[in-house]
Design a protein around this ligand. Structure first.
Ligand SMILES: NC(=O)CC[C@H](N)C(=O)O
Length: 313
């Protein structure tokens, strides 16, 4: 994979952001979590962080947003670190669904009724139940601490308004969770598991935080800026594979063709992507396409990948 001078990237990045920003016009900010509908429709920002510590940023990269489904990558990793892969894959599968992120369809249709993968809501709710802790507060605290270490940012915290908004309106996620409980996939108290899930989806970050977390994944779990091993290499390999096959929901195939990098999106409009061995990337653009991915953000990643010849394939 070619390696580009950060200076060249810095020179061009603002231009690529402005070329992509108009795509937000045809997208829609998520409103099924009422608090998210307050997000700035036309915002678009990006932050790239190289393993050397050099960075390039452009657009609205300082705006904060909730991680939403991006947190699913890291709860998966924590569940793997707590239980090992054999235990985790007894409860969630390894295959893309081709359905929406919050669909229950295949849970009923396909036996044995375990979620297809940990990147969809059913899978991530199950994963929340596998993270160790004696109370929901302790489980959530461990997730938050893990993300703070990965982002190198002790300030990361939950956006209480988004958390409350989702918790009050999350009927579909409740249906999924109770269905999983009925089928013996979810163990423990359903509301406690949902509370952990809603809270970790509501952790606030900015593009630089996502880029730093992405860089650790890009470097196989070793934080190149501190030299600390934060995640076993095997679990990063699993997480990056899921990002590639399921990270952009039922648009993961198209994203692999057009961008060709492991990535994970969230309904707040964030996308975490990475260039193996080189860069962590954080993108924010709240207007979404019909698959629930940032409309302008996906376009921006297409431009960056094409211009810098970054596709892995
Ligand atoms: N796609 C997403 O980011 C979904 C996460 C969101 N918290 C939900 O459960 O609906």
């Amino acid at each position: 994979m070619p390696s580009y001078d950060i200076g060249t990237i810095r020179e061009r990045l603002a231009e690529w952001v402005e070329a992509s920003r108009p795509y937000a016009a045809s997208g829609r900010v998520a409103s099924y979590i009422p608090e998210l509908s307050k997000s700035p429709h036309n915002a678009l920002g990006v932050s790239l962080l190289h393993a050397s510590g050099e960075s390039a940023t452009a657009g609205d990269c300082g705006k904060k947003f909730t991680m939403q489904s991006i947190s699913k990558v890291f709860t998966l990793i924590l569940a793997l670190m707590d239980n090992g892969e054999e235990e985790v894959f007894r409860k969630v599968g390894m295959e893309p669904t081709g359905d929406n992120f919050n669909s229950m369809l295949k849970l009923e249709l396909v036996r044995p009724g375990i979620p297809f993968n940990p990147m969809i809501n059913a899978g991530a709710i199950t994963i929340s139940s596998l993270i160790r802790g004696s109370s929901p507060e302790e489980v959530y605290g461990r997730i938050l601490d893990f993300l703070r270490v990965l982002a190198g940012n002790r300030q990361l915290s939950c956006d209480e308004a988004v958390y409350r908004s989702e918790s009050e309106t999350g009927n579909l996620n409740r249906s999924i969770a109770y269905f999983l409980k009925q089928n013996g996939v979810l163990s423990g108290n359903v509301e406690a598991v949902l509370d952990v899930y809603f809270r970790h989806c509501s952790i606030q970050a900015d593009c630089a935080d996502l880029a730093r977390m992405g860089l650790v994944l890009a470097c196989g779990g070793l934080d190149p800026l501190t030299g600390n091993r934060l995640i076993p290499r095997r679990y990063v390999q699993i997480a990056k594979t899921f990002m590639t096959t399921c990270g952009m929901y039922n648009a993961s195939g198209e994203f692999a063709i057009q961008v060709g990098l492991p990535a994970k999106s969230g309904v707040s409009g964030g996308i975490l992507a990475l260039v193996p061995g080189q860069y962590g990337i954080g993108v924010f653009g709240p207007a979404l396409n019909d698959k629930g991915n940032s409309q302008a953000g996906v376009h921006l990643l297409e431009v960056i990948s094409r211009e810098l010849d970054w596709s892995m394939f």
